[in-house]
Design a protein around this ligand. Structure first.
Ligand code: SF4
Ligand code: SF4
Length: 128
């Protein structure tokens, strides 16, 4: 299960991901992270049966945590099978089948948003 974690880095703020690993014993895979001097956002992957434990721990440490049930959203009726998303996705989420229809493996998505900007037909959207 993927969790989107956002946090501010106020003075004295503890390292949230490291502390959550230590306190819960859950191994957390960081799929994407953007952190600067004042704030951060990280997309993490944890085992399904432990995601609420990790969410609650991180929330108690001051982070905002959202459980993501799926990756990028695909509106097949808008897709024109142009392939623009295939070349730009860093995680090989998109491919063509034998008839050149788009296949979307959204479980690989790290929600970077690149494909949304690249799609000429608004067939891709980020989960709300
Ligand atoms: S949001 Fe990023 S990782 Fe997800 S499908 Fe689009 S380009 Fe690929
Ligand atoms: S960029 Fe958009 S229209 Fe083109 S193949 Fe991907 S989802 Fe379909």
């Amino acid at each position: 299960m993927k969790l989107l974690v956002t946090f501010s880095k106020g003075k004295g703020r503890k390292p949230i991901i490291a502390q959550a690993v230590r306190d819960t014993g859950v191994l957390i895979a960081v799929e994407r992270a953007v952190i600067d001097s004042s704030a951060g956002e990280a997309l993490i992957e944890v085992p399904d049966d432990q995601c609420r434990l990790v969410r609650d721990k991180m929330s108690s440490l001051g982070a905002n945590v959202r459980i993501l049930d799926h990756g990028i959203l695909f509106n097949e009726s808008e897709c024109v099978d142009c392939g623009a998303c295939i070349s730009i996705c860093p995680r090989d989420v998109f491919s063509f089948d034998a008839t050149f229809r788009l296949i979307v493996a959204d479980e690989r998505c790290i929600l970077c948003g690149k494909c949304v900007e690249a799609c000429p037909h608004d067939a891709l959207t980020m989960p709300a």
